[in-house]
Design a protein around this ligand. Structure first.
Ligand code: SF4
Length: 346
């Protein structure tokens, strides 16, 4: 357990489920997920596209469309957010719970100057602020992102993609949220801007004790910026723990495959994970990774793995890690690929 996790968690998510209604069976985008983040801690949430990580981030802040059904518990600073009065939750977003979106251009109003964006953001939550204070705090937040005051009265289209993303971050931070959810904040940015943004997130943690949930598909970013990591596959968290321990000694085959597929200076050739992520309407039974898992055993297609503790202290859902007494006789036999196909069709 990390030092930050030992502190009281500021955000605790327990057995959260987000299902989307369709004409047929529901899409189980998030299916029984639990994690917590302490003040001043950064948790990286990783997984392939479509595994449910963005839904989890938005669901945590109550930002999902009405067709989404959310259950479980999301406790922020002791208050339950699931089922909270929408107005009360809206008032908490910004000053207490911040969100950085992936696409800054879709979030900034092209017809409003940057000054107007800041004025509206601040006055919505602090209506008594006078103009001088609005300007001082806005420019301070922008300066923290390397945006000079001379750009304050410009429009979004006058900035580069990287600058717009930094403006979005400044808008999220001007209210000093206690929890920040950053959904792929550096996707599509060049590596220099990416490094700047990761540096800003690290400063936040250090200077303001902000708890950060960093959603990304990039394990390199997690290794650089996060204290802990949670690995998500097909709507479930399959492994979570101290980032250094998990990367040094991954206990779940999916984490190992993700790491193997990460391009580094030592990489020779292109490694990829066999198969495609499953449908979230009808995911494979038992362990959802078993049709793609190089280590799949007979038990994996029959029983859902339980959460156990791995060698690096991480929490892992994989029968390779036991518990031994729950594995039926013959359960450790390798799973034949024909059995996998039969299980998929069942
Ligand atoms: Fe692979 Fe079985 Fe572990 Fe699932 S439970 S990840 S199929 S070994």
């Amino acid at each position: 357990m990390s030092a930050a996790e030992e502190n009281a968690a500021i955000l605790e998510v327990a057995d959260m489920r987000v299902w989307y209604g369709t004409r047929g069976d529901p899409v189980r985008a998030v299916d029984g997920v639990s994690f917590s983040i302490g003040a001043g801690e950064t948790l990286g949430l990783v997984g392939e596209s479509g595994c449910g990580k963005s839904t989890l981030g938005r669901g945590t802040l109550g930002l999902l469309p009405p067709m989404a059904s959310v259950s479980g518990s999301v406790r922020y600073d002791g208050r339950e957010l699931v089922g909270m009065d929408p107005k009360e939750l809206r008032d908490m977003r910004g000053p207490e719970l911040g969100l950085i979106f992936q696409e800054p251009m879709t979030r900034l109003d092209p017809l409003q100057t940057i000054e107007k964006h800041f004025r509206e953001t601040l006055r919505t939550h602090e209506p008594d602020l006078d103009d001088d204070e609005v300007r001082r705090r806005s420019l301070e937040a922008l300066a923290g992102m390397g945006i000079p005051p001379t750009r304050f009265k410009q429009y979004p289209h006058e900035f580069s993609g990287g600058m717009r993303q930094r403006i979005m971050i400044a808008l999220a931070l001007v209210l000093n949220p206690k929890v920040l959810i950053a959904d792929e904040p550096t996707t599509a940015l060049d590596v220099i801007v990416e490094a700047q943004i990761l540096g800003i997130l690290a400063d936040l943690r250090r200077n303001f004790d902000t708890a950060v949930l960093l959603i990304t598909h990039n394990l390199g970013i997690v290794a650089e910026a996060c204290d802990r990591v949670a690995v998500m596959y097909a709507g479930e968290i399959v492994e979570q723990g101290d980032a250094r321990e998990v990367f040094a000694e991954p206990a779940h085959p999916y984490t190992r495959e993700l790491l193997r597929a990460t391009i580094s200076l030592e990489t020779t050739g292109l490694n990829y994970i066999d198969g495609a992520p499953p449908s979230l309407i009808d995911p494979p039974p038992a362990c959802r990774f078993h049709p793609r898992c190089p280590n799949a055993m007979a038990v994996c297609a029959e029983l859902a793995p339980e959460e156990t503790t791995g060698g690096g202290g991480q929490r892992v859902r994989c029968w390779l890690n036991g518990p031994e007494e729950r594995i039926p006789e013959g359960g450790r036999e390798p799973l034949e690929r024909e059995e996998i196909a039969a299980a998929e069709e069942a």
